[in-house]
Design a protein around this ligand. Structure first.
Ligand SMILES: NC(=O)c1ccc[n+]([C@@H]2O[C@H](COP(=O)([O-])OP(=O)(O)OC[C@H]3O[C@@H](n4cnc5c(N)ncnc54)[C@H](OP(=O)(O)O)[C@@H]3O)[C@@H](O)[C@H]2O)c1
Length: 137
């Protein structure tokens, strides 16, 4: 059930929650309402595009580069650390072995760093990189 907050269908008496709900989450596309719905169902929240497909406006953002410098890690590792701290499972994609290894390491960000990264959310939806389940027919 990718990216869904579907309620039970009309006329259906039971709703079987998914074990895993996979949807887009990054600091610029946080989708907190889907994270919360997944938790209510007891589903694992799994984030795709958690690097925002390496968009420069995420990996180069001030709170990301500041945390990277502070912890001696890369901006990609900061984004993945942020997602893990928010309780998400991440599935970053890379075709490069060195980056696959890099993406397997995380750091404990401070509450101030997490809050600063939270502030990168794009309320206008411009942080979304992938398809929008709400517009699929
Ligand atoms: N269910 C769905 O509808 C759905 C939708 C989208 C994606 N997904 C899944 O989620 C996975 C990841 O999502 P995604 O591919 O959209 O986005 P992503 O993981 O946010 O970004 C992948 C891009 O980031 C680059 N990258 C990876 N690690 C990096 C690093 N450490 N530093 C800098 N750049 C880095 C990669 O380039 P290089 O290869 O050159 O490293 C690639 O261009 C996909 O493999 C797919 O399986 C599912």
């Amino acid at each position: 059930m990718p990216g869904s907050v579907c309620p039970p269908l009309p006329g259906r008496r039971a709703f079987s929650a998914p074990a895993v709900n996979q949807f887009e989450v990054s600091p610029i596309c946080q989708q907190q309402h889907i994270i919360e719905a997944s938790r209510r169902w007891g589903a694992v929240a799994q984030a795709y595009s958690s690097l925002a497909q390496a968009r420069a406006d995420l990996l180069g953002a001030g709170p990301v580069t500041a945390a990277a410098a502070s912890h001696g890690i890369t901006p990609a590792q900061v984004c993945l650390s942020w997602a893990l701290a928010r309780g998400l499972v991440v599935i970053p994609r890379s075709s490069r072995p060195a980056r696959i290894e890099e993406n397997a390491a995380a750091a404990d960000l401070t509450e101030d760093e997490l809050a600063a990264i939270d502030s990168l959310e794009r309320e206008d939806g411009s942080g979304r990189c992938c398809w929008d389940p709400h517009t699929v027919r």
